[in-house]
Write a protein that binds this ligand. Sequence first.
Ligand SMILES: [Zn+2]
Length: 433
Amino acid sequence: MFQHCFAPRPSEIESYWKHVEQHCRWFDDHPGRQAANKKRLLPFCLYGDEINAFKNAENGSICVLGFGSDLAYGNPALERYYLFTAFSEHNSTENTFDDIIRALVPRLRYMFDETSFNWCSAGWRWTYSSTQGDLKFITDRYGLHNFRKNRICDLCECVKKDDNIAMTLADFRETAAYRATHYTHQDYMQSTTPETRSPLFELDGVNLHRFLHDPCHGQLLGTGKNTNGSCLTYLCERSYFAPWPERGIYENVMSEYRVLYPSMAAKAAQSKMISYWLAMVAGDLAARADATPTDKAVSACIYAYVDTLRKMDEYPLLLSEEQSNELYNSGMRHLRLYSYLHRESAKRTGTEVMRNCWLLQPKHHFFYHMCRDCKEQRLNPSYYSLLTAESWIGYIGRVSRRTHRSTMTARTLQRYCTLLFFRLKRIERNISI
Ligand SMILES: [Zn+2]
């Protein structure tokens, strides 16, 4: 049962750690390196998010914190993450989250070091691996990667605006100046004090480079919408589907169609399907004899995007050198073309096609970090996708909605334990069959 919940494929544990030891710098001085039995070492991940539990209520959002094992990917949501706590924003101050983390750190240390737990007798040990959550959560709760500031990134000196274009997020060339300013975990620890950084950093094994904000998901729901929208607008304006009509008609079309076709509201899965379709039709436009250079750039840009997504879906967790290079190259090709189209779009005025398209966002910069990490560490980023986590948080949200606001935390945990109890019973039955 323990194995099912935390490492459903036990044969991959040792190869995972071997791979990490060889390719990942964050593991160099990691406490997990000293573990005696790497066949039974579990990578611990801390996951947090916010959810709106009380509809139509002010301060109705709750903050949820849970954990899981990085190797339990593929498990259903309730068998992938396990609840630590949930608390209402209504009952908290700006210090509450840090207080919880401060209380959690010694407990986690105990969980990793103590050897009297019943799972330890079977050789299982935990070690800290990653902190997960969406970009907004990582920024708000751990004070990292503040995408609202000009200096958006804590991993390098990239900025939104600067006189030197090579320091800005629009530059995705291999020669971009910010690429030489890579910050290590030690740099971060030296440039901050315990008061200014999250108390989570007091825990051994917590690393700046292991705050994973699910860039894949960030792409599908964040930048993917811009890519899709810009590409679709361009195809319409180029009269690909039908002659381009008078201006002003589209506002009505959009407002009506959004109700008729919920996929226009773009959840992750739909956003991906739309990207695949757009890549196909943009490719068709670019293959015409009278295709313009911009037609070709648009087509190549969206093609590189879906190619990156497809590779992430197809490749295994541990990538070969060739696979990691291919992923890096197609991801960076997409970013460079996107940035080129962004510049082209900014030059257009009046009624010219492709005005106000291809908006550049901080998430594009984190897509670059994902590609770069992928090349260096050869871990498939799609395994850190938070799609399962989102459905897990949905469960917690539904549970907490049934509770009274004043006793929300205690009642949510009670109800969650009941839910988990029946789930574990079911797993037990399935295992014994
Ligand atoms: Zn950066």
